[in-house]
Design a protein around this ligand. Structure first.
Ligand code: UDP
Length: 482
């Protein structure tokens, strides 16, 4: 109330600049946060890379979509990469390096010149240099992490694990050995569940990444506050450990569901919001409309993971052999190496024509909400995991890299809302797990998935933990502008 009264005197809403790493998973969730803040009356400037802003169709009609947010503005800051750079997760370190050389000075200049002056920076927690800029310009920085709290906690513990010789894992070692040094996970976190770059075979190429993630995570504790896209009923036990190191944490997720709540409070519909940085193929919804209740397994490995030709074929054979209907997102840039229609064996073509549907990019939230979808074969990216949790759809997890290995362990062992296929993906395993999830063992997961979905929705409803935490965050930002 005090902040509201003082703001009335000041007459101008606080100005927040939001800056994500320019990759889909980061842009999506930070854009949802941006919309939530704009809906509550703050002035928000969202910083995009010119590549995302100019080359992707969703941003072309920004003014029309955003007329409902008068205080919302997009600005661009170079990402430091050549125009034809592939910009996928494999080049993350290259991206981060490019950003320090080119983005950091441009961003600093923008923050100095921008009008009205900036009251608060909400920066992607993976871009630690934002803390330096904030310190120099005396602008408070709140960090936003796009990963799960459980993975954040593992990242935080990495220096201790290195010190104790627990990392690297792999080689001839038993990957099922329990890792005892991460509080709250002593009884179920195995070597194979650590983030992918802790593996010996990855360390040679990704060694510096371990250091980067560990350092940035520890530095986050010096930010004004930390925002996490999660909710208390999902990750409460781990959050209580994290809170011993991070003084102020706002858990305000699942953000996509939170945004839906706030849009409907203002009689706006979800499709009014800006979503995604790729063009969606909506024909799959018509295909789903023709399928039986809970009969389809939805398959997607996110926006940046790449599959080898062999992996693609194993998944494909497994799906076709399972006899379950499937909707599969195969991004054109997701197959590593040459791949064309001529490479697809006839039996796979026939099986797919009979029971499957392939798209380049799906409206994922809508797909997961569709009554025909009964399971999700996912790479366990955090956004996908949360979207599945909210939709109450049980998962088969096939983690690829980074936080996904931790997430999939939580899905199977802690929340009991799915199966973990980590490290064991061949056609027989895919066939068996799809059948287990969709039929044989379905009852084991459906109850807990529904319960978690209910808790997720309650957290973003009036009076729920994330709903109240967002109010506190906004209050905190308002106080900064006084
Ligand atoms: N997504 C989508 N359509 C697709 C595949 C993915 O809209 O066909 C969205 C999905 O809803 C999620 C994001 O892309 O919001 C992927 O983020 P996630 O954190 O799961 O994985 P990442 O892409 O970062 O590996």
């Amino acid at each position: 109330k005090c902040a509201a009264r003082l703001m009335e005197d000041k007459k101008q809403p606080p100005h927040v600049v939001i800056f994500p790493l320019p990759l889909q998973g980061h842009v999506n969730s930070m854009l949802q946060l941006a919309e939530l803040l704009a809906l509550s009356g703050l002035k928000v400037t969202f910083l995009n890379s010119p590549h995302n802003h100019n080359h992707l169709p969703q941003f072309a009609d920004v003014p029309a979509r955003f007329t409902k947010f008068p205080g919302f503005e997009f600005r661009t800051v170079p990402d430091g990469l050549a125009d034809d750079h592939p910009r996928t997760g494999r080049f993350l370190l290259e991206m981060l390096d490019g950003m320090i050389v080119k983005t950091k000075p441009s961003l600093r200049d923008l923050l100095v010149d921008i009008n009205p002056s900036v009251d608060c920076i909400i920066g992607d927690g993976i871009l630690g240099y934002l803390l330096d800029i904030g310190e120099e310009l005396e602008i408070p920085v709140i960090q936003f992490r796009t990963i799960s709290a459980c993975c954040l906690w593992v990242y935080y513990r990495i220096p201790d694990l290195i010190g104790a010789g627990e990392i690297p894992v792999g080689g001839n070692e038993d990957m099922d050995r329990l890792i005892k040094m991460v509080e709250g996970m002593e009884n179920f976190l195995r070597g194979r569940d650590l983030p992918s770059f802790c593996r010996a075979k990855n360390l040679e190429v990704e060694g510096t990444r371990v250091q980067t993630f560990a350092q940035e995570t520890r530095r986050s504790a010096t930010a004004h506050a930390l925002i996490l896209n999660t909710f208390e009923d999902l990750e409460g036990p781990i959050l209580s450990h994290i809170r011993t190191k991070f003084p102020k944490i706002y858990t305000i997720g699942p953000l996509h569901a939170h945004l839906r709540t706030k849009l409907s409070e203002k009689n706006l519909v979800s499709s009014d919001s800006l979503n995604g940085i790729r063009e969606v193929d909506r024909s799959c919804i018509s295909w789903l409309d023709q399928q039986a209740m809970h009969s389809v397994v939805y398959v997607s490995f996110g926006s940046i993971a790449g599959l080898t030709r062999e992996q693609l074929l194993e998944v494909w054979y497994g799906l076709v052999k399972s006899k379950v209907r499937f909707l599969w997102v195969v991004r054109p840039d997701s197959v590593l190496g040459h791949w064309g229609d001529e490479d697809v064996p006839v039996e796979l073509m026939e099986g797919t024509e009979e029971r499957g549907y392939l798209v380049d990019w799906a409206p994922q939230e809508e797909v997961l909400d569709h009554w025909a979808v009964g399971g999700f074969l996912t790479h366990s990216g955090w956004n996908s995991t949360l979207e599945s949790v909210v939709a109450g759809v049980p998962m088969i997890c096939w983690p690829q890299f980074a936080d996904q290995h931790v997430n999939s362990r939580y899905v199977s062992e802690v929340w009991k809302i799915g199966l973990d296929m980590k490290d064991f993906c061949d056609r027989h395993v895919v066939e068996k797990l799809v059948n287990d999830l969709m039929e044989e063992k379905r009852e084991e997961f459906v109850g807990s998935a529904r319960t978690m979905a209910k808790l997720a929705k309650e957290s973003v409803s009036f009076g729920g933990s994330s709903y109240c935490n967002l109010d506190s965050l906004i209050e905190d930002i308002k106080l900064m502008s006084l």
